[in-house]
Design a protein around this ligand. Structure first.
Ligand SMILES: [Zn+2]
Ligand SMILES: [Zn+2]
Length: 429
C-alpha cells in the first residue's frame, strides 16, 4: 500500500464517527480519538522502528512514562522489570478499571517493506537475527498511550480510577506475573481488566468471545533413560530411541481417546526428539520436548496426568524409565462471561454493530490470563488486515511478513477508552 493510500485510509477511519451517533459520550470520544490519532500513528511507527525484546523494553518504557507524566498521570516505572503503571484518578469516586498493553518484540527479521521497518539486530540463542514487532505489540502500546490521552481529557466526568498497565515480556518469560507481584493489580485494587491483541481480521473489526478464549500453554520434557549398547547388539541394552518413538505415538491418544473434545479442544505436540551421536551406538538417553494446550483447569489436570502416565508406563514396559517435567506456563485466557456480555454493547457502540464478531478459540496463549486471575477481565482481538485484502490469507502474528494496517488504530483507542468509561459507569447517552 502506498503511503498516500495509507494516509487516506487513516483519515477516512479516524474521521468516521462511531455507530453511536447522537450520543454525547460517543461524539466526544470520536472527536478526541480523531485528535490524538496522528500521534498514535507516529508513536506506533517510532516503536515499530525501535523494537525491544522482553525485559529489555527500556526505550519503549521511557516513551510511555514520559507521555503519561506529561498528561499528569501518576506513574510507577520498573514494575516487574521494565513495566510501567499509570494511575489516573477520575473527577468522582468509583471503581478501578485496568487497561493493559504489552511492549515486547520478537527475534524475527522484518521482511515487510515499510519506511519505518525495523533494522535492529541482536544475538538470540547464539544466532544473529533481526528484532521485529512481529506480534504487533507496537500497536498495543500506541493505542493505550492514545487511550490515556483521551481519558485524561475526560477526567472530570470519570467516576473512578483507570490503571494503565504497560507490561514487558509477554512473549516470555512473562511480564504479567512480576508486575502483579510488584502490586500492579493491588495498588489500587483493580475491579476489572481489559486488553486487546491485533490479529488478522478486517482492519478495525473486533473479535471477542466469553469464556475460554486463548489456551493455557505448558512446555513439557520427557527424559527417557535406557541402557547404552552397540547398535549391532541391541539385546545387550535398553534402546531409548525405540521407547521414545513409542511414547510419541502413544501420546497421540491423549487428545484423540481421553479428552472429551465435544467440550473443549486440547493439543499435545511433541516438537523435539534428541538422542544419539553415531549411527551404530544406541544412546543411554533421549530427551523429548513439546507443548500442551488446554482450555480449562480440569482439562489441564487430565492431560498432564495422561502424559505423565503414558510416558512413564510405556517406558516401564520396555525396562526403561521416563522422567516427565511440565512447566507452569501461562493459564487459560478466560473471559469472564458476565463481564463480556455486559460490555458487548459498549464494543458495538465503539466500533459499530456490524464490526463486532464472535472470536474463534485460539490455541495461542497470553499472560493477560494472569491479570484475569486477579480480577474479571475481557481480552479481545482487533483486526489489522487491510480491508481490501483477504484476512484469512494474511501473514499471521510472528511472521516476518506480519503487517498491521494503521487504519485500525482509532478503533483500538475507541474500544479501550469506551470500555473504561462505560465500565466505570459513564452513561453512553
Ligand atoms: Zn506473540
Ligand atoms: Zn502478542
Amino acid at each position: 500500500m502506498s503511503r498516500l493510500v495509507l494516509l487516506l485510509a487513516v483519515l477516512a477511519i479516524a474521521n468516521s464517527p462511531s455507530q453511536a451517533q447522537g450520543s454525547r459520550l460517543y461524539d466526544e470520544l470520536d472527536r478526541r480519538v480523531a485528535a490524538v490519532n496522528p500521534q498514535v500513528v507516529a508513536w506506533r511507527r517510532d516503536i515499530h522502528a525501535h523494537p525491544e525484546l522482553g525485559m529489555q523494553e527500556t526505550r519503549t518504557a521511557a516513551l510511555v512514562a514520559d507521555h503519561l507524566r506529561k498528561l499528569g498521570i501518576e506513574v510507577r516505572t520498573g514494575v516487574g522489570g521494565t513495566g510501567v503503571v499509570g494511575v489516573l484518578k477520575g473527577g468522582k469516586p468509583g471503581k478501578v478499571v485496568a487497561l493493559r498493553a504489552d511492549m515486547d518484540a520478537l527475534p524475527v527479521t522484518e521482511l515487510v517493506d515499510l519506511p519505518f521497518r525495523s533494522k535492529v539486530r541482536t544475538v538470540w540463542n547464539g544466532q544473529e537475527t533481526g528484532v521485529m514487532h512481529a506480534c504487533g505489540h507496537d500497536n498495543h502500546v500506541a493505542i493505550l498511550m492514545g487511550a490515556a490521552e483521551v481519558l485524561v481529557g475526560m477526567r472530570a466526568q470519570i467516576p473512578g480510577t483507570v490503571v494503565f498497565l504497560f507490561q514487558p515480556a509477554e512473549e516470555g518469560p512473562g511480564g504479567a506475573e512480576p508486575m502483579i507481584r510488584d502490586g500492579a493489580m493491588d495498588n489500587p485494587k483493580v475491579d476489572a481488566v481489559f486488553g486487546l491483541h491485533v490479529w488478522p481480521g478486517p482492519a478495525g473489526d473486533i473479535m471477542v468471545r466469553g469464556g475460554p478464549t486463548m489456551a493455557a500453554s505448558n512446555s513439557f520434557h520427557v527424559t527417557v533413560r535406557g541402557r547404552q549398547s552397540h547398535g549391532a547388539a541391541p539385546w545387550a541394552g535398553v534402546d531409548p530411541i525405540v521407547v521414545s518413538a513409542q511414547i510419541v505415538n502413544a501420546l497421540q491418544t491423549v487428545v484423540s481417546r481421553q479428552v472429551n473434545i465435544t467440550e473443549l479442544p486440547a493439543i499435545v505436540t511433541v516438537a523435539m526428539f534428541h538422542g544419539g551421536v553415531r549411527e551404530n551406538i544406541i544412546p543411554d538417553t533421549v530427551v523429548l520436548g513439546g507443548t500442551i494446550r488446554t482450555f480449562s483447569e480440569p482439562q489441564k489436570r487430565l492431560v498432564f496426568s495422561s502424559v505423565e502416565r503414558i510416558a512413564t508406563q510405556v517406558a516401564a514396559s520396555a525396562g526403561a524409565t521416563a522422567l516427565v517435567t511440565i512447566d507452569s506456563g501461562y493459564p487459560v485466557t478466560d473471559n469472564d462471561p458476565a463481564l463480556t456480555e455486559r460490555m458487548m454493547p459498549t464494543l458495538r457502540r465503539a466500533v459499530g454493530t456490524d464490526r463486532v464478531h464472535l472470536a474463534p478459540m485460539i490455541t495461542g496463549a497470553e499472560d493477560f490470563s494472569l491479570f484475569q486471575r486477579k480480577a474479571p477481565g475481557v481480552f479481545f482481538f482487533l483486526g489489522v488486515t487491510p480491508r481490501d485484502q483477504d484476512h484469512t490469507k494474511a501473514p499471521s502474528n510472528h511472521s516476518p511478513y506480519f503487517f498491521a494496517d494503521e487504519s485500525a488504530l482509532p478503533a483500538g483507542v475507541r474500544a479501550l477508552s469506551a470500555l473504561a468509561l462505560e465500565y466505570l459507569g459513564v452513561a453512553p447517552r
